[in-house]
Design a protein around this ligand. Structure first.
Ligand SMILES: Cc1ncc(COP(=O)(O)O)c(C=O)c1O
Length: 292
């Protein structure tokens, strides 16, 4: 959409998109290229051209990468797969300003961070910015397969009838599921509860990290998407958690990813923290013995 919008505005050569190290945008050929991680690209043939990767949260690198062929910037406000790494709010504001300065489009991938996950409907709201294009999925269907692209008129009109499409686009059943999810998420008080429960989880994980410095070295995230960077292999911690009955997944940078459902209760959080604490105690025992 961003490329096509540039084409429509007469900038036919402006097709390059600036992306970030640690990004994950999907597994179609173009989104693999936007992801830029050789691990995912191996074996899928020539990489789609036109995606320039720069370090995350580094505005000088972004400015250096902007050229006459740049169409826009795509970023996850909170990198999920990359290791639960939040973009600095000022960085997001600076990206918006740079896009305005150079006439570029700002596209946000809110597939993981959106639909209430961080305590706002979209994570970029914390920075107070207005993006041009937003990709949403995962939580938007509450488990039912649904994805959506939101865009300002300038970008949206580039995909008029006949320019783009998909067999299942606009599927009424999926949209009904999405509507039902939004009824819950936008109900008064729901997002404030996500923020509050995120703080409860945050405090519990902080305490765990303080108590087990041989297991965890960093804690980051927002709302109900939090990550613990592990000292030893994250897989060991994940397996120990699983043995206690707690489902947690891993992310880049050796990070344990904690992403409970938004309807999680305080009792669930307390139980999950207790399970994780038991698991971590088992992992820590040999590490602490070795340190002595
Ligand atoms: C931030 C982000 N963007 C995009 C995607 C891609 O979704 P899909 O693989 O369904 O294209 C994911 C999937 O995990 C994601 O986390």
């Amino acid at each position: 959409m961003m490329r096509r919008a540039m084409f429509d505005s007469g900038k036919e050569d402006a097709y390059r998109i600036i992306c970030f190290e640690g990004a994950f945008h999907g597994r179609t050929l173009a989104t693999l290229a936007a992801t830029g991680n050789p691990h995912y690209m191996e074996g899928f043939g020539p990489v789609v051209e036109g995606f320039d990767h720069v370090p995350f949260n580094n505005m000088n690198a972004v400015r250096d990468a902007i050229g006459p062929q740049t169409a826009g910037i795509i970023i996850e406000p909170l990198q999920g797969e990359g290791g639960v790494r939040p973009a600095h709010l000022q960085f997001l504001r600076d990206l918006r300003a740079a896009c305005d300065e150079y006439g570029l489009l700002l596209g946000l991938d809110e597939v993981q961070s959106g639909i209430g996950r961080t305590g706002k409907l979209f994570a970029h709201e914390w920075a107070g910015i207005k993006p041009d294009v937003v990709a949403a999925a995962k939580g938007i269907g509450g488990g039912f397969p649904l994805g959506a692209v939101l865009a300002v008129e300038r970008a949206a009109r580039a995909l008029g009838p006949g320019t783009h499409g998909t067999t299942y686009g606009g599927n009424p059943l999926a949209c009904a599921a999405g509507n039902a999810v939004l009824d819950v998420i936008l109900a008064p008080g729901f997002l404030a509860e996500v923020t509050r429960k995120g703080e409860v989880l945050w405090n519990g994980l902080e305490a765990l990290m303080r108590d087990y410095p041989t297991v965890f070295e960093a804690h980051r995230g927002a709302g109900l998407l939090q990550g613990l960077k592990c000292v030893g292999p994250v897989g060991t911690v994940q397996a120990a958690a699983q043995a206690e009955g707690l489902m947690v997944i891993t992310a880049g940078e050796n990070t344990l990813r904690v992403a409970p459902p938004l309807v999680v209760t305080d009792a669930d959080i307390a139980e999950a923290l207790a399970m994780l604490r038991r698991a971590v105690a088992k992992v820590a025992a040999p590490a602490q013995a070795a340190a002595q």
